[in-house]
Design a protein. Structure first.
Length: 74
């Protein structure tokens, strides 16, 4: 398994911590299904702020990610 995004942490952090950080960063940068238009265009702009490029809507708050993950799993 390649580390790529967490390569910046180097060898002084354990491999298990880097793998855990990789999983978190991948989920942060992934595109989620928009609850407004239904397309997979919802991206994270900042902590707790989600933006749909297609519908030009924003969702804020921690509950938005839970709802987006449920829609992605369906």
């Amino acid at each position: 398994m390649k580390v790529r995004t967490v390569n910046k942490y180097g060898t002084h952090y354990s491999a298990s911590l880097r793998k855990m950080l990789k999983k978190i960063e991948i989920s942060q940068h992934a595109a989620y299904t928009c609850s407004f238009c239904g397309k997979s265009m919802m991206k994270r702009q900042a902590e707790g702020i989600w933006h749909c490029d297609c519908f030009m809507k924003m969702a804020a708050g921690g509950s938005a990610i839970k709802r987006l993950k449920k829609l992605k799993d369906q």
